[in-house]
Design a protein. Sequence first.
Length: 90
Amino acid sequence: MPIKNSAKKYMRVTARKTVRNKGVKGVAKSAIKKTREAVKANDIDTAQKELRLAIKSLDKAAEKNIIKKNTAARKKSRLNPLVKKEALGK
């Protein structure tokens, strides 16, 4: 346990940020997972809807510096062709 007040405060701040970051990351991860599941189930409309949500949540996470900008771009660029290929009929 920290002794100094500034270290105690930093622990509280870190705990708050961790909760926020986990929430934002969880939203992004679940959107990606739902997109992949919709593609696997050949549900094009749902896949496109979930892709939009996934892109939005990844952009928000990157904007808040929860994930890196390039990580968000990589994940988006891997999801997009999956949905596009399914929509065009393989």
